[in-house]
Ligand binder design. Structure first.
Ligand code: AKG
Ligand code: FE2
Length: 201
């Protein structure tokens, strides 16, 4: 039996975004969450901001084809090789999306004090119109988007639930910034995986 994934498109100017809720079943999502929390090599990154060094407010990890290095926030990252869970997730996405991903950047938001500030994923290694597939596990957090030029457009809030997959492509990264805001609410942890295509060799 072939299984049909339902997606919701967001009609945003200068963007191509769609969301698949329950892209992974509850059982798959629970299993993946536990396994990734335990088995991924989570690390604490730091950023330099006006000459001072700060911990990034989340844990991260880079996995993928080991020839593809990735430079973000000014740091050159060497990926860990794919593991079984990541290949399972990647293959499921690739069945739905016409793309082959080289790299996965993972984020672990331990509490509401962890977040991801406004940015565009527009590093030159990603090429001109990057496709990014973003899987969420654990606590639902809002994914917020804002257009970088048009202040007539309202901010968009997309709740990213356990087992969902958000797809961003075409000019999205040129015109829209996104973030995961921090919150004072007492919430549980969340794991996010963003699958990307790195063009360098
Ligand atoms: O956690 C998320 O949903 C977003 C992550 C993100 O924007 C990124 O890693 O570039
Ligand atoms: Fe991002």
């Amino acid at each position: 039996m072939s299984h049909q994934n339902k997606s919701i498109g967001f009609n945003l100017p200068d963007a191509q975004i769609c969301l698949y809720d329950q892209f992974f079943s509850k059982e798959e999502s629970d299993r993946l969450y536990i396994s990734l929390a335990e088995n991924i090599n989570w690390q604490q990154d730091q950023i330099k901001f006006f000459g001072k060094i700060y911990d990034v407010p989340r844990l991260t990890a880079l996995y993928g084809d080991t020839r593809k290095t990735y430079k973000y926030s000014g740091i050159l990252m060497q990926p860990h090789p794919w593991n079984e869970d990541l290949l399972f997730i990647k293959e499921r996405i690739e069945k739905e999306v016409e793309a082959e991903f080289s790299t996965c950047l993972l984020n672990y938001y331990r509490t509401g004090s962890d977040g991801n500030s406004w940015h565009q994923d527009n590093e030159k290694e990603l090429g001109r119109n990057p496709i990014i597939a973003s899987v969420s596990l654990g606590e639902t957090r809002p994914f917020q988007l804002r257009h970088i030029q048009r202040n007539d457009l309202k901010r968009v809030d997309i709740p990213l639930t356990h087992g969902s997959m958000l797809l961003m492509k075409d000019s999205t990264q040129h015109f829209w910034k996104h973030r995961i805001p921090k919150t004072k609410r007492d919430i549980g942890p969340r794991i996010n995986l963003t699958f990307r295509i790195i063009k360098n060799e």
